[in-house]
Design a protein. Structure first.
Length: 584
């Protein structure tokens, strides 16, 4: 069968998403390929379809146990033989699954990178491996935001496997530097990049608000929607869990200090739609293939744009409109500073981490299009998205040229030798000992903003940095330098405008009777089969059922996400509900 035929018969889709067909064809032509596609872009099909077209086995290296189970469950639900090997299995179970692979009873074998050691190499060498798929491939790069030394074992495995398998590496977040590192380590010459844009996501930054009040108000109008709230610390996760539980919201929590059983139970409650909202540290999510997450809220700022975009991208994997919201608080940046300081990194790596954090902080302060800012970070040109909180901000811009000139002049008079804290002290007329020590209390810019708080001045400086008038230089304590654009402002040749902070509009959740009935059936089937609901059908498929309203069982194949296998398993039960509504 051709890739297009397998796409329809096994997965229920009529058309490939951007980049999928190119990546599949490269694999089928035995080219090693790097596929960079946004979260929800359908990366898994780029190796699952070739797996079904080749005689041998596809080995999938995947970082988290939960991701393996979800993908194997989804493949089995589509009538595709797949299994996994990881630390959740005992010795007997591992032996049995290797035996299945040797007997060619499975087409895809998922394995964690930690299992790619000498103990398992001999067993892997016995298998007819045609293709190795490396998921979350940015983990192999020391320049990536989630570098994992265990991923380096992959290169040894590839070099010594007798079958000389083709390689496909997949990631949603890779800067040009990371992409080149991945290709160099895995001997990849071909690259398929579809762009990082997520048109169905609306990005929002919320500043200068009571974040607890915002969360409570937001959940009131999105009470039945599935979402994730991220926090940077275990303490904050537990505090938010107590807060929202007291307000009678159905929430679960996930962090590394919970025992294994608690983490598993809470994760399952979220996956099976028993609890709509998960509050978690970044330990949660990479392995969650849940398609109907409608919002991701960051209660605290993450350490990099890469981390933020990957976590935010867990919303709307089914392609439906979803939200990614950052609750930006200046004090939270200090938490990320602490994490970098405590990390066991060399000086160069720490400097790189500080630069990533600076870029993330600038995201929280920019008034340019948020999606465009992210795409520019990944070296991709873009137009304004028209739907982020900055694009939708209709408030009039205020001319702050004079205030900007005051800040720029102060930086200049301090010889561009200090960071924003010291500059803010001088501008607010602080009697700080260091200010007097350097005799900066004698500068003409001293006390120019004495009627404003140090916090206000610091936020103004952050805005000027995010807008490109000032550039940070250095790692942990960057000094500020005036850019060429900033010099134009200082010379009076360019004006500066700024809007006040933007509030996030509240969106009413959908209340569709037919859609809700289909969801109930899906949940009941999922509980009987002990799989997450989206393994049965995604929200997108349920919505498409409502739109298509098939009049015969055969017409169910016109619904996106329904192939022959799922039609046979579930078609008649869902069709009964659709037929009932047609009679009405």
């Amino acid at each position: 069968m051709r890739p297009q035929e397998i796409l329809k018969s096994s997965f229920g889709y009529d058309d490939f998403r951007p980049g999928q067909e190119r990546a599949i064809n490269a694999v089928l032509q035995r080219q090693n390929v790097l596929a960079i596609m946004p979260t929800g872009g359908g990366k898994s099909l780029c190796y699952q379809i070739p797996a079904l077209m080749q005689d041998g086995i596809t080995l999938v290296v995947s970082p988290l146990i939960s991701l393996m189970k979800d993908q194997v469950d989804a493949l089995n639900a589509n009538g595709i033989d797949a299994t996994f090997i990881n630390s959740s299995l005992d010795y007997t179970e591992i032996n049995e699954r290797f035996g299945q692979a040797r007997r060619r009873e499975v087409k895809l074998l998922y394995i964690s990178p930690e299992r790619l050691d000498s103990e398992y190499f001999d067993r892997l060498a016995e298998l007819p491996i045609d293709l190795i798929a490396i998921d979350e491939a940015h983990c192999i790069s020391q320049w990536g935001h989630d570098f994992r030394p265990s991923y380096l074992k992959i290169t040894d495995i590839i070099q010594h496997l007798p079958t000389n398998p083709t390689i496909i590496a997949l990631t949603a977040t890779a800067t040009p530097r990371v992409a080149e590192d991945i290709k160099d380590r895995l001997k990849i010459s071909s690259e398929v990049q579809t762009g990082f844009a997520r048109p169905n996501l609306s990005f929002k930054v919320v500043k200068d608000q009571d974040s607890d009040r915002f969360l409570v108000d937001y959940l009131k109008v999105n009470s039945e929607q599935s979402g994730i709230i991220y926090a940077s610390t275990v303490k904050e996760v537990e505090r938010l869990y107590r807060l929202l539980s007291k307000k009678h919201f159905r929430v679960a929590m996930y962090h590394g200090q919970l025992n294994k059983e608690e983490r598993r139970q809470n994760q399952d409650d979220f996956l099976y739609d028993r609890v709509p909202v998960m509050i978690a540290t970044n330990a949660f999510g990479m392995g969650i293939d849940k398609s109907n997450v409608r919002f991701v809220i960051h209660d605290q700022i993450p350490g990099s744009i890469e981390s933020y975009y990957q976590e935010a991208g867990r919303a709307g994997r089914d392609g439906l409109p979803s939200e990614a919201i950052l609750l930006y608080k200046l004090r939270d940046v200090q938490i990320q500073h602490y994490y970098i300081e405590q990390s066991e990194r060399d000086e160069a790596s720490m400097a790189a981490e500080y630069q990533k954090l600076q870029a993330m902080s600038q995201y929280g302060n920019t008034q340019k299009c948020l999606q465009r800012y992210i795409l520019n970070y990944f070296n991709e040109d873009a137009e304004d998205c028209g739907q982020c909180s900055n694009c939708l901000d209709t408030r009039e811009s205020q001319d702050i040229t004079i205030e900007a000139q005051q800040v720029l002049s102060c930086i200049k008079r301090m010889n561009e030798r200090f960071g924003k804290e010291m500059i803010a002290l001088v501008l607010t007329g602080s009697k700080n000992q260091r200010v007097r020590q350097f005799r900066y209390d004698e500068l003409s810019t001293y006390g120019l903003m004495q009627r404003r708080t140090k916090k206000d001045v610091t936020e103004l400086i952050d805005f000027l940095v995010a807008s490109g008038y000032i550039a940070p230089d250095g790692g942990q304590f960057p000094i500020l330098k005036i850019t060429a654009t900033g010099l134009q402002v200082l010379l009076g040749k360019q004006r500066v405008f700024r809007k006040v902070a933007v509030k996030v509009d509240k969106a009413l959740s959908e209340n569709n009777e037919l859609f809700e009935e289909l969801r109930v059936l899906r949940r009941n089937l999922a509980e009987k089969q002990n799989v997450p609901p989206f393994v049965i059908f995604s929200d997108q498929t349920l919505h498409d059922m409502c739109a298509v309203m098939p009049e015969t069982l055969e017409e169910m194949l016109d619904v996106k996400g329904i192939g022959d296998s799922k039609l046979e398993k579930y078609g008649s039960q869902f069709f009964e509900i659709l037929r009932k509504h047609q009679k009405v």
